[in-house]
Design a protein around this ligand. Sequence first.
Ligand code: FAD
Ligand code: 2MC
Length: 368
Amino acid sequence: MARDFSRKRLAPYALEWDATKHFPVAEMKEAGSLGMAAIYTREDVGGSGLRRLDGVRIFEELAKGDPVTAAFISIHNMCTWMVDTYGSEEQRQEWIPKLAPMDVMASYCLTEPGAGSDAASLTTKADRDGDDFVLNGTKQFISGGGASDLYVVMARSEGEGARGISTFLVDKGTPGLSFGPPEVKMGWHSQPTTQVIFENVRVPSDRMLGGVDGAGKGFGIAMNGLNGGRLNIAACSLGGAQAAYDLALRYMTERETFGRKLIDEPTIRFTLADMATSLEASRLILWRAATALDENDPDKVELCAMAKKFVTETCYQVADQALQLHGGYGYLHETGVEKIVRDLRVNRILEGTNEIMRMVIGRAEAAR
Ligand code: FAD
Ligand code: 2MC
């Protein structure tokens, strides 16, 4: 189903959306109606009740059609899972039936201008005032900023350090909430990335995720959300790279140089063999990490970081090789490969840079 949807509703339009910077909201809501916006969320509130392993396979398929739209649906899924897992029963009942069909679209707000990799140093404040919290600060690089209806915001309500952070559910219409202009980017053109600005944004205390029990738990919630997010982003790189590889393979069977088809050149076959091997190795580490998350394996954090780092780097190289195999045509927008290369580049940066993934892996290894 995901493959069919991707082929019919994403792939034919992805280049046009890139060129016109169109955010395909209608198509994403259609994906929601098919169960792909609440993949690993419980069924009693409208989720699909599937596994992480199903999730990464779905995101690979969606990303074959368009890695950018797939990535936004992935971020939305991360927010939906956070509400399902850490929300109070009231919050689950209120939000998930709207998030699952994507009637409400959600953005994840952790990064700040002064706090990216060092996320626990964030300074957006949530000051208690009677029964409310008052939020002040700025979030940076928020995917879906200005377009989403719900903002899942990590803010400091309890004091210094990682344990001083809580998570809040903030409606788009809340007075004092505003958005910066869309950032001009190398790729990811078909979704907005903006600052999300809080100026005395007042939210009732029942908007703290998990209710009063959620106080100070926001960093752990954000990080646990990101474990799965990192897998899905890696799956987006895998799907994009697979699509680029498929284009290159077909082109090699068509293009002739020096009197014969490129596919008959041994060095070209070696290149294709290396690319195919890289894709399969990426798929395997991704499925391994997804299974570890499904089974709550003690090594799940490290395995998710390994998968994110390995797959986003390896698949970026595969996409770049696919561009090279197309010669000059690979550099043209209409071929579709340069877009994939641009779109996959950022996956080495967001949801934790690959240097931070190495920090996470290194810490786990040093603790063995
Ligand atoms: P910095 O933390 O300033 O890092 C700069 C460089 O230094 C990087 O190469 C980094 O790896 C390296 N570095 C940092 N610390 C160390 C260290 N100790 N050792 C070695 N190297 C180090 N964030 C959200 O919260 N929500 C979103 O929806 C979202 N969407 C995004 C969409 C786009 C298109 C982009 C570009 C970013 C998005 N981000 C989002 C933000 C993204 O997660 C951050 O950009 C990323 O975490 C890195 O933070 P930074 O940009 O502040 O880089
Ligand atoms: N899963 C579960 N818990 C985690 C975790 C993870 N992946 N990473 C950290 N934690 C816990 C950790 O166990 C600790 O818990 P406790 O207080 O109970 O001991 C707590 O969080 C603090 O962790 P550290 O002591 O490791 O904190 P430190 O500040 O040293 O490092 C680091 C944290 C670097 C791992 C974290 O800041 C990080 O992942 N940075 C990258 C930020 C990031 O990924 N941003 C992505 C933004 S979203 C995005 O880009 C999108 C496109 C949506």
